[in-house]
Design a protein around this ligand. Structure first.
Ligand code: APR
Ligand code: PHB
Length: 389
């Protein structure tokens, strides 16, 4: 079997890349470890930057997201029992689109079906071979049969736990990591959102976030201990704690309901360099992880996909390797800026165990600056709606 690009991983990165390559007449085969149903069963944030919304349009997959997504032109920051708003359009010419990542992934799968692009599900033992030569090939098992695909390039879109990053020799890789001493306990409830915009709350009891998926599906988070277990939290205990962490005006109007999903996510920042090794290119969570505070995971995967799509199109159209040669450098330049924003926002909004009284004062001073300074709000707005590609 032969193709032009093998995409390892059928999550948002792999599917978006596959769709963009298809639009350029570049053939790709997607190899996904799980079933389609499993991939579409993941509950993940859906705050889409302008760049990702544009890419979905370029891929021809933006109809439903534009029909069903919610345009947000600001967000609310709560602290000290008060709340202020950061208005994105006051400082940028952009907004964000709130549209569940699960739905975005579903749209991409539906689009791929229409292209006839080959997607192999429930593959096993994927191995990327000879990536540092001009003749890479990928081997894998499926349904008890061993397969080989010869290709020109491999896109490693297989997330943090995939094989792509580890295909790059440890002697070549440089890894950077920060693990935060807390997690996020998230609940999905079939209830109207407490507010039509997101509320990020810094309280003495810890961080809380009020978000949504649609007019009758809400997503809430509270900071929890890193070793905590979702089973330790009854629905009532969650709602009571959430009420204690958000401003009274929100707590009084919060509509609660049974948790359709309840889980804890750890928080980490992680980057691996380089994002290219020979004919292997890493995209998305395969190369970097951000704490969810800034909702940048999917959005940073999108900018990687943008740069790689550009590079591969240039190669196949003009036999010009410039785009792929600068891919890692360009992608990482934006990745690090997004890692910084996610790190900054996480440190600003969470109560770290052992936080000193001085540290707390620093948080309150920065929150007051963000509340009072248009320049500080402009910096946050620019990062939140998405840095330019
Ligand atoms: N072989 C094939 N597929 C694999 C392998 C493997 N060895 N390992 C992992 N996968 C698949 C996973 O099952 C998953 O569907 O790769 C996909 C990776 O998808 P994500 O983890 O979603 O990563 P990515 O596509 O980069 O999306 C980044 O979406 O999932 C969120 O938190 C993530 O917000 C981030 C964004
Ligand atoms: C979510 O809706 O799941 C969400 C929104 C914004 C974030 C993180 C998660 O910053």
């Amino acid at each position: 079997m032969r193709t032009q690009v093998v995409i390892v991983g059928g999550g948002p990165s792999g599917l978006l890349l596959g769709q963009l390559l298809y639009k350029a007449g570049i053939e790709a085969i997607v190899l996904e470890r799980k079933s389609r149903a499993h991939v579409l069963g993941r509950i993940r944030a859906g705050v889409l930057e302008r760049g990702l919304v544009g890419l979905m349009g370029e891929a021809g997959v933006d109809a439903r997201m534009k029909a069903e997504g919610f345009v947000h032109d600001g967000t609310l920051i709560a602290y000290d029992n008060d709340m202020f708003r950061v208005d994105f359009t006051q400082h940028t010419d952009a907004t964000v689109l709130v549209y569940g990542q699960t739905e975005l992934t579903r749209d991409l799968y539906d689009a791929r079906d229409k292209t006839g692009g080959e997607t192999r599900f429930e593959v096993d033992k994927v191995v990327i071979n000879d990536a540092d030569t001009d003749t890479p090939f990928v081997t894998f098992d499926q349904d008890g049969t061993h397969h080989r695909i010869d290709c020109d390039f491999v896109a490693g879109c297989d997330g943090f736990h995939g094989v792509s990053r580890k295909t790059i020799p440890a002697s070549v890789r440089r890894e950077y990591e920060k693990v935060y001493p807390f997690g996020w306990l998230g609940v999905l409830s079939e209830t109207p959102p407490v507010n039509d915009e997101l509320i990020y709350a810094n309280s003495d009891r810890g961080f809380a976030l009020c978000s949504m998926r649609n007019a009758n599906l809400s997503r809430y988070y509270i900071q929890c201990d890193e070793g905590d277990d979702a089973a330790n939290w009854s629905d009532d205990a969650f709602w009571d704690e959430l009420r204690r962490r958000i401003p009274p005006t929100a707590a009084e109007t919060l509509i609660t309901g049974p948790a359709l999903e309840k889980s804890i996510a750890p928080l980490r920042s992680f980057v691996t360099e380089p994002m290219r090794w020979g004919r292997l290119f890493l995209c998305g969570d395969a190369a970097h992880i951000v704490p969810p505070t800034g909702a940048k995971g999917l959005n940073t995967a999108a900018s990687d996909v943008h740069y790689l799509n550009q590079g591969l199109r240039q190669f196949y159209a003009d036999n010009d390797t410039h785009g792929i040669d600068v891919y890692s450098e360009k992608a990482l330049a934006r990745v690090w800026k997004t890692e910084r924003f996610s790190w900054w926002f996480s440190n600003l909004m969470h109560h770290s165990p052992g936080q000193s009284a001085f540290d707390k004062k620093m948080q309150l001073a920065e929150l007051a600056l963000l509340r009072d300074s248009p320049e500080a709000q402009a910096a946050m707005a620019l990062n939140y709606v998405g840095l330019p590609y």
